[in-house]
Ligand binder design. Sequence first.
Ligand code: SAM
Length: 208
Amino acid sequence: MGNADLERSISHYRELAPRYDHFTRRIDKVRERAIAALGLSAGESVLDAGCGTGWCLPRLARHVGAQGRVIGFDPSPEMLAVARGRVPDASRPDVHLIEGAAETVVLPQPVDAILFSYTHDLIRSRKALANVLRQARPGARVAATSTKLYGRWLFPANWYLLLTHRAYVTNFDGFEAPWSLLAEHLDEFRVETGPFTQHYVATGRVRG
Ligand SMILES: C[S@@+](CC[C@H](N)C(=O)[O-])C[C@H]1O[C@@H](n2cnc3c(N)ncnc32)[C@H](O)[C@@H]1O
């Protein structure tokens, strides 16, 4: 299963970018749940880590309002180009997009909240998590959502999951509990999930 492979991921998303939003339309509801779980207020700054085509960006912007700030980063230029098209008026509220990987990205300011939406490779990298989380304010709210394996006895469904996610994930390490590294960094950590679902929403606060 091995470590995430950033070059391979960039190459996958080069192909996927034009059709990504169509392919992933079935996860809209769970992404909405993760955004709601952040409990954002007007004027706050929020990070969309691995923002991809930016489906979450306008939704996050609505929560933080004109005085707030949304920061997104992604290493795929093609995914980021779609995201840029999605926020044409980048000044109201302030949306700041960065081409870069979680392991090395430098944010323009500390953030009040962080969203990890379908970023399995990222949240399975200790280096990536450490670099992103240290740029949050102490106590910052975090929400993560993505795919995980069903209960073990549902192995045919799990084979299908692994097969269909090869284009999106380069490191299936921890696919049964993808939140486990994140849990090490967060207080008030909670996961909503179950054996009969492939979805989860994990929340917590960055340790001060
Ligand atoms: C499945 S997409 C999710 C995109 C978006 N967050 C969403 O909810 O649709 C995964 C994204 O993670 C990005 N990614 C992969 N490795 C990354 C890394 N090391 N740092 C930051 N982003 C990464 C990919 O380029 C891709 O855009």
